[in-house]
Design a binder for this molecule. Sequence first.
Ligand SMILES: [Zn+2]
Length: 181
Amino acid sequence: MVSDTTATTVSDPVAATVSGARSVAATVTDPELPMLTLDELGVLRSVDEGDDGRVVVSITPTYTGCPAMDAMRDDLEHALRDAGYADVEIRTVLAPAWSSDWISESGRRRLAEAGIAPPGSARRRRTGPVPLTLGPTVSRVACPRCGSADTEEVSRFSATACKALRRCRSCAEPFEHVKEI
Ligand SMILES: [Zn+2]
């Protein structure tokens, strides 16, 4: 009996699925920072496959209440479904909280290439449940265009909540900066 439900043609589905689902999920990009994959952003925490062939993807949201979360979930689900994984569950993992430190090196490079200043180190890491903000957290953000450190923050928020708008005093160009968190 030939079943016609095969979206994928793998001889060893179990072995192929684990790495396959992971690599499919790793190609999904962030809705607000489309030059980055969710993997590079550090949002993609794990991709597991149950015995029943079900794929469980765990993601950690970047900024609390980030409106892009729903889009991320949809994009992951669609990418995996399109790749033949019919049973997909997206889990949101809130602890430990996402940190901009989780953005990978390649992710930082891609941001800079897109003219967006990557976040610096989120040093004052939380020791309690509530991150404490004691004032300007960013002392020095280099201009992604000319490299000058002589930049100023114009607005705490730009097109998206996760980015601030800055201006370079050297080349006078405005640029976005992914905030440390
Ligand atoms: Zn500049």
